[in-house]
Design a protein around this ligand. Structure first.
Ligand code: SF4
Length: 200
């Protein structure tokens, strides 16, 4: 896409997760501006709970466990290069000189959910790389409801490429009003809030 179309446009990791679930979510949300009727208040309260839980139970546990030299908390980042913005729970300075995102989840660890968390982590890594101009080779997710289990996420070049491809496609849908193909997983349509207006 040309620069004029994407200048100053930022995608959030949540939008990428929506896109991965079904690309048409982006069309309905961004082009037709039909929300998913999600309870925003619930989300805000949940976010606060995580924050409080973190302050109470954590705070140095993770840093010690991972052997990181220092960290920054609740960091807002935006990247013109990747058309991406978001808030990283923590940016860790690891002993090997690289940086890493750490994300807290107020959930139990489950394989299925883990895939989206992994993707989110890759997007945070792009944000950190571009902002700090330092290498980011891996990230971490802490599952508070699973006894603060920490999962390490190693990144590959392919991960970064596929994240950038997803962003590019979201920009195309959002900026050009391009109507994307539906998800190949038809089972997702059953409970979808857009099923009445979506051509399936
Ligand atoms: S009904 Fe199916 S194809 Fe349409 S937006 Fe929902 S999940 Fe996607």
């Amino acid at each position: 896409m040309n620069v004029a179309e994407t200048q100053g446009v930022y995608i959030t990791p949540s939008e990428v997760i929506e896109y991965l679930y079904c690309p048409r979510f982006i069309y309905f949300m961004n082009c037709l501006e039909i929300s998913q009727h999600e309870d925003q208040r619930y989300k805000v309260l949940k976010g606060r709970e995580v924050h409080e839980e973190r302050k109470r139970n954590n705070p140095d546990y993770v840093r010690k466990k991972l052997g990181c030299a220092s960290r920054e908390m609740d960091v807002y980042l935006a990247s013109d290069r990747y058309h991406l913005k978001g808030k990283v729970d923590e940016v860790l300075y690891l002993s090997d000189g690289t940086l890493a995102p750490l994300d807290y989840k107020y959930t139990e660890y489950k394989e299925g959910v883990y895939r989206t968390h992994r993707y989110q982590s890759i997007l945070y890594a792009l944000l950190i790389q571009d902002t700090y101009q330092r290498e980011v080779k891996r990230g971490y997710v802490c599952y508070i409801r699973s006894n603060s289990l920490i999962k390490e996420i190693p990144y590959t070049e392919k991960d970064f490429q596929s994240a950038q491809a997803a962003i590019e496609e979201i920009l195309r849908i959002t900026q050009r009003g391009y109507f994307p193909k539906r998800t190949p997983h038809r089972v997702r349509c059953v409970d979808c809030c857009y099923r009445n207006i979506c051509v399936q």
